[in-house]
Design a protein around this ligand. Structure first.
Ligand SMILES: [Zn+2]
Length: 177
């Protein structure tokens, strides 16, 4: 990419990557989910998150990951329903009219992340958000390489493992042949 990813794109990518690492999924714990929101400049509202809030946040993650993998897929179509939950509207902000979620709490957070995704499309970064090519890995990452050809979420883990596997397969084929 010609410029560094915007704060919106970095937050979107961080959201899509939640639950991927060895730690517990922050979107399965109400307190952890609220802490994640505050850490990422998202207002979680006053009342504690309840079960359905976490379900909707995970549904948003699944829908956006699905949209990255297959824009025409079924999970990508769920984005519309989540946008309605967020009640996206137009308000006059400090710099002029802007789109903002009218819903508070978790639904408002959903709206902010959807607006991050819109920002990613506008800036061209959406096409650089990819699903890891390693078999069995569902990792999502932002390709910031100059060539735009990055294939793995983590070179050390997924890239090398895939290369070793391909090398072994080649060696076996040579021995067999
Ligand atoms: Zn991976």
């Amino acid at each position: 990419m010609s410029t560094a990813p915007s704060a919106a794109v970095r937050r979107l990518t961080a959201f899509l990557a939640t639950g991927m690492g060895p730690d517990d999924d922050v979107l399965r714990d109400a307190r952890a989910a609220r802490a994640w929101c505050r850490d990422h400049d998202l207002d979680p509202g006053r009342r504690p998150f309840v079960g359905p809030d976490l379900v909707h946040l995970r549904a948003l993650r699944t829908a956006l990951r699905g949209a990255v993998a297959d824009p025409r897929g079924a999970s990508a179509r769920r984005v519309g329903g989540l946008a309605r939950r967020a009640r996206l509207g137009v308000v006059i902000g400090s710099r002029g009219p802007e789109v903002a979620p009218m819903a508070p709490g978790a639904d408002g957070v959903i709206g902010r992340i959807l607006l991050d995704a819109v920002d990613a499309t506008t800036s061209g970064a959406w096409a650089r958000i990819r699903t890891c090519a390693a078999p069995g890995c569902a990792g999502v990452f932002l390709d910031t390489s100059r060539s735009g050809t990055r294939r793995w979420c983590d070179m050390a883990r997924c890239g090398n493992r895939t290369k070793v596997r391909a090398h072994r397969a080649r060696t076996r084929a040579e021995v067999a042949g």
